[in-house]
Write a protein that binds this ligand. Structure first.
Ligand code: RIB
Ligand code: CA
Length: 313
């Protein structure tokens, strides 16, 4: 096997973040060199604690978890307890973590790691608002060419929005951070709602996680049983979209996904469309192409991969 791909996961857990982190920790193709927490689905005090809980659930108690931005760059924090519950990880009854956070601030960890390691050796996996990554780019612009790739869940084009009629949650929470990241000249792979809405955690697929019978499988079934209720009611389907694991699945099996190299710009001026990801999918402008925007996924293969890997924990 080739050397494991070294990744840092930036996250706002969140049940779907939890599944993504578990998938990464169960995949030998990846080496998770750190997890940085950001405010998003719930306040930072909870996202940082949830990240620790997830590492303990996976039995990875030596994982380094860092606390990051407590709020977006400019706008007040918008959270999503209506989806994720008061704790952000409602569903399973996970114990208070024994693991401790690292003392170093997440942004300083990102800068130190990216400046200290071989250029192009680290991939950033962004599962929440992009505040930490934008702050790192502002603190030390020299990290930009040293980042191998940013694979992020966020934005939308044909699906338009989920938190407002035009914006997806991660980008809407911190549109200014997203604008900084999309303009930094870093290779980006974007997993928008257009692809995650095709990865639906149906009751049959959730049952397959529960049938694994291990702690991780049962906990994931309980997490999705809670968080998917909101989307199942909203979209009137048999399952809610499983957003963040698409980022990790892409790194493990990129062939499950397909998309197009496009220009992506972020709305930061209009309140009506704040946080909208404006994707030039049809190439009608001469704007620079700055992201591979995914639109298709093989859902059966995606969920088979997830079940197999969760079963390893
Ligand atoms: O819009 C979906 C995204 O917002 C996911 O990352 C979910 O965890 C929330 O952060
Ligand atoms: Ca998330």
């Amino acid at each position: 096997m080739a050397a494991a791909r070294r990744i840092i996961i930036d996250t706002d857990p969140g049940q779907d973040d939890a599944v993504a982190i578990l998938l990464a920790l169960a995949s030998l193709e990846l080496e998770v060199i750190g997890i940085t927490a950001v405010a998003g689905n719930v306040p930072l005090s909870l996202t940082e604690k949830n990240a620790l809980k997830i590492c303990e659930l996976a039995g990875k108690t030596d994982m380094k978890v860092y606390s990051g931005a407590v709020r977006p760059l400019v706008r007040p924090l918008v959270t999503a307890e209506h989806v994720h519950g008061r704790t952000g990880l409602d569903g399973p009854d996970l114990p208070e973590p024994k693991m401790k956070l690292q003392g170093q601030y997440a942004v300083d960890f990102l800068v130190e790691k990216l400046m200290g390691e071989e250029p192009g050796s680290i991939t950033l996996c962004a599962l929440g608002p992009l505040t930490n990554i934008a702050l790192a780019l502002i603190r030390e612009p020299r990290i930009a060419p040293r980042i191998r790739e940013i694979v992020m869940m966020g934005g939308a084009y044909f699906e338009v929005g989920n938190i407002t009629p035009t914006a997806e949650f991660n980008i809407h929470v911190d549109p200014h951070a997203a604008a900084v990241v999309f303009r930094a000249g870093i290779p980006i792979v974007m997993m928008p709602l257009d692809v995650t809405h095709k990865a639906l955690a149906t009751s049959q697929r959730v049952a397959a996680f529960r049938a694994l019978g291990n702690k991780a499988g049962i906990a994931v079934a309980e997490m999705l049983g809670f968080s998917e209720r909101f989307d199942k009611e909203k979209y009137a389907g048999d399952g809610g979209p499983l957003h963040d694991p698409c980022v990790i699945a892409y790194l493990v099996q990129p062939e499950l996904f397909s998309g197009r190299n496009c220009n992506v710009e972020i709305e930061t001026g209009s309140e009506l469309t704040m946080g909208m990801s404006v994707v030039d999918w049809w190439g009608v402008t001469d704007r620079k192409k700055n992201a591979i925007v995914m639109r298709e996924v093989d859902p059966e293969a995606f969920f088979t991969l997830l079940a197999r890997r969760l079963g390893r924990l």
